[in-house]
Design a protein around this ligand. Structure first.
Ligand code: GYE
Length: 323
């Protein structure tokens, strides 16, 4: 009888221990090491490269075991990666959703497996916010507004129409949607601002150049280019120079990110204004992950702090720029 009770108690203890594991610790060693599955968007831009480096370096520094995948800008690849992290029973999943919609099913699977999810950099449009614990990243609407505000200030004494072309980021992505919206809201204050062409350049240099080539052929008078990231702006600069025009002079250029090559072009006078978007999300991501795995409360939204640069400010900031 005594033996039977001991066995029962032991199995109860085992069951309790297993249940404990299920609530976020399946692969945790006794030393508290956590395993993170990170589903990255791709390697489309200088921003993304810096972001990947930040995540990898800070995982190492924080003692987080990182399983990393690159989705090559395809949602289906990200969904596959997340499913494989669920199967591997990682402690936490972090990802930067390439587009905003279509995540509910896979996020529900993670929730059912009791694996916490952290959104980093880009948002999802899921109505059910219990599908993820927190969202760490920039305020993209604010970035678009800053870009628009610079334009409004710069052209305040101009009466003539201002013809703007826009290179949008990846179609359906949070930064493309929000930067467009924020910029549009601010320039709507004055009807002289006209967006005469707007198309995606998928956040890459190559597409930025290709689309700008087409814009230049179709539109004899372009005053301003608003590119949703530096890389597309840099591709567009090649197209503008190829067409015999002077970037930064004949066509004023505003971009977003402030990665090294963008800042160099700004300092060189080829770009006129850059709104900063910081890719250095790694340290905060590791911090939030540890808290979430421990079951601690975290804020639902963590917004990155950032600034903006004129040509003069870029010259000063360049030497100490980390990315
Ligand atoms: O601006 C762009 C990158 O999601 C904020 O993605 C990020 C954007 C960034 O490809 O360069």
């Amino acid at each position: 009888m005594v033996k039977r009770i001991t066995t029962l108690l032991l199995s109860a203890a085992l069951a309790a221990a297993l249940a404990g594991c299920g609530s976020g610790g399946a692969t945790s060693g006794g030393d508290g090491t956590i395993t993170m599955g990170f589903a990255q968007v791709g390697a489309e831009s200088g921003w993304r490269t810096a972001n990947t480096k930040s995540v990898q370096e800070s995982a190492k520094a924080a003692g987080v075991e990182l399983k990393f995948s690159d989705a090559q800008q395809k949602q289906e690849n990200q969904i596959k990666a997340i499913r494989s992290y669920i199967q591997q029973k990682v402690d936490v999943i972090a990802f930067s959703p390439v587009v905003e919609s279509g995540w509910d099913t896979v996020l529900k699977e993670a929730k059912d497996a009791r694996i916490p999810v952290i959104l980093t950099d880009r948002a999802v449009d899921s109505k059910d916010t219990s599908l993820y614990r927190t969202f760490l990243g920039s305020d993209f609407i604010e970035e678009g507004k800053k870009a628009g505000q610079w334009l409004v200030d710069q052209y305040k004494d101009v009466k003539d129409p201002v013809n703007i072309v826009e290179l949008q980021g990846t179609t359906g992505s949070a930064p493309a949607n929000d930067r467009k919206a924020g910029f549009g809201q601010v320039i709507a204050a004055d009807p002289k601002f006209k967006i005469i062409a707007s198309q995606t350049g998928d956040f890459t240099r190559a597409k930025g150049k290709e689309v700008m080539d087409a814009f230049l052929k179709a539109n004899p008078k372009i005053d301003v280019l608003f590119a949703h990231n530096d890389d597309m702006g840099l591709g567009a600069i090649e197209a503008i120079e190829g067409a015999g025009k002077v970037p930064g002079e004949d066509i004023k250029i505003i971009t977003i990110d402030a990665v090294h090559d963008g800042m160099q072009a700004l300092a060189d006078g080829k770009i006129n204004y850059i709104v900063e978007c910081s890719p250095l999300l790694g340290p905060q991501l590791m911090d939030l992950s540890k808290k979430v795995v421990k079951g601690e409360q975290v804020p639902a939204r963590v917004v990155t702090e950032e600034t903006a640069f004129t040509q003069e400010q870029a010259k000063q900031a360049l030497p100490s720029r980390k990315y």
